[in-house]
Design a protein around this ligand. Sequence first.
Ligand code: HEM
Length: 73
Amino acid sequence: MGFVPFSAGVAICPAHNRVPTIASLAIGALLSKADLSLLQPSLTAGELPGTLNHFDILLRLQARRARSAAAEL
Ligand code: HEM
């Protein structure tokens, strides 16, 4: 069995469905207003490391400028 973040069986986290739903909604809301880019570490698709120190991750969140009404037409 692989990684089981919310445990399983009788000890399963009661929020195991709610947590991914809320996290997805929060990330979706964030990305609808801002661009997220990875500053470090450098990750290449196909060459991803087996482990990742979450405290080493550095992200840039940049607010997206509002588009003018003319640009949306
Ligand atoms: C990333 C978020 C979360 C992760 C990874 C997570 C993970 C887990 C894990 C592994 C357990 C089982 C612990 C054990 O073996 O005894 C657990 C239990 C539990 N979790 Fe979560 N959880 C998360 C979020 C939440 C949230 C948001 C809530 C409540 C709003 C919550 C409520 C509970 C409760 C009440 C238990 C105890 C269940 C019981 O003993 O019957 N968890 N969680």
